[in-house]
Design a protein around this ligand. Sequence first.
Ligand code: LUB
Length: 242
Amino acid sequence: MPEPDVDRETRPRTGAGTEPGTGPETGSGTEPPGPFRVRPIATRRGPDPKQDRAARTRLLVLTAAAELFTARGFRHTSVQEVADRVGMTKGAVYFHYPTKEALAVAVVEHHYARWPLLLAGVTAEGHGPLETAERLLAGAALAFRDDVVVQAGTRLQVERPQIDAELPTPYVDWTELLAGLLSRAEALGELRAGVLPRTAARSLVAAFFGTQHISDVLRERADVVERWAETAELLFGAIRAE
Ligand code: LUB
């Protein structure tokens, strides 16, 4: 008999997933869909203090939910606990996120919205594609250690069978991003002969996921950066051309 969800008796669910305005504010909404297909959110036209305050409140609630989801998981986190953590009423939280599922979807979307920012930063450094892939994953390891929204999104993706909402498909965007970089590396002769870019990309994602998970279970990710660095040295050493 599955454990009761501490929050199942919440308000009757409105629309599946999340309400408009609860996902990450992402740029102009016209970005071409690429890896980490984060739902574009209606942009704000000009300074609107009321909307800015609402956006700040949403982020406050989302961060509190991320802290609780990371520590306790989806089932054992109640919307009342999220409200208490930010000093709001449950009703006020529901105004921004109509269900706990909507909160979970928003947290996972904010998790993925981190990566285009990381990608832009590393890309701006102007390294070759293989070096870019290596630095991207090293940057991700730092985020897994230090960013509670990244940590919460990861736990929620593992608990997705318990969450009655449509969550983004995990792992596929990182695989696509790395496969693209490794294909370019191959074209530039940066890859060892016989290394298949998409195969190597899948292996890197699997190794990264495993490394961060083990570090989480054993050390709450305190050593994830060091653990990934040693795994990355092995894997990139194996795929890099002599
Ligand atoms: C990454 C997680 C945790 C993959 O892409 C994803 O969905 C991921 C969350 O589900 O690790 C490794 C880069």
